[in-house]
Ligand binder design. Structure first.
Ligand code: 1PZ
Length: 215
């Protein structure tokens, strides 16, 4: 290929992005959340083209959120809290089935939110894994305990097949570009609380407004 090799980046920077999502009064800043996802997509693309069908959907959802932010009412989308209030107050969310508002911010972000739970579970398994642990098994277990419940059979099948070609633990840690195994484990221990916090607050927000099952 004649493409310029992408500059090396560290997963640490990506995970730390989620720290900057939180405002002082525990609101989640949409732009930072979306930037965190951009980094995750970049990381996923570095794992190989097999994962591109997964990142394509994430990219599509990131783009929907960016379009909302750049729209006429973009300021209403500044935080996830203001987005939920604005879309609900103005009947911009399809609650029963996808109809007039198939790309609401609320339903789009819910998909990323569920995927963040998968990430949280997977990274925690990686952090506590041993040399002989298999990334494909850790990834599949994390998936089955989170996202899989929301996916149709055909998607589950495709995802599970993709997991089988994940690089092994050592190679995967190298791809993270953080350093030795000990440094990866330390980095994950540092960065994961931010991801968990962002997940928790979003989950609570969606639960309060009964939005966790949006079609
Ligand atoms: C490190 C290896 C990456 C494994 C990624 C694990 C997630 C597997 C998800 C498989 C998704 C397949 C493609 C499309 C799915 C969509 O149908 C759903 C529902 O959206 P709708 O159809 O309702 O509009 N999309 C999602 O569930 C969002 C999936 C985002 C995946 C992001 C993965 C996170 C990557 C982090 C990398 C470290």
């Amino acid at each position: 290929s004649d493409s310029v090799p992408e500059e090396k980046f560290s997963l640490k920077e990506v995970l730390i992005t989620f720290q900057s999502c939180l405002t002082d009064n525990q609101e989640i800043v949409t732009d930072s959340y979306v930037n965190g996802w951009r980094g995750l997509v970049r990381f996923m693309n570095s794992l190989g083209s097999i994962f591109s069908f997964i990142s394509k959907d994430a990219v599509n959802k990131i783009q929907i959120m960016v379009t909302h932010r750049n729209g006429e009412n973009g300021d209403k989308y500044e935080t996830l809290q203001s987005m939920v209030k604005y879309e609900l107050d103005n009947n911009l969310v399809d609650l029963q089935r996808r109809a007039e508002h198939p790309e609401s911010g609320c339903r789009t972000l819910l998909r990323l939110h569920r995927a963040l739970r998968w990430l949280e579970l997977f990274l925690e398994k990686l952090r506590t894994s041993t040399e002989d642990s298999k990334t494909s098994v850790m990834c599949t277990d994390a998936y089955n305990d989170s996202l899989a419940q929301h996916h149709a059979w055909i998607i589950r099948k495709a995802a599970t097949m993709a997991f089988c070609v994940l690089p092994g633990r050592a190679a995967f840690f190298q791809t993270m570009n953080v350093g030795s195994t000990e440094q990866v484990v330390a980095m994950l221990g540092e960065a994961m609380p931010f991801i968990s916090k962002v997940y928790e607050i979003t989950e609570e927000l969606y639960k309060q407004h009964n939005l966790l099952e949006l079609p």
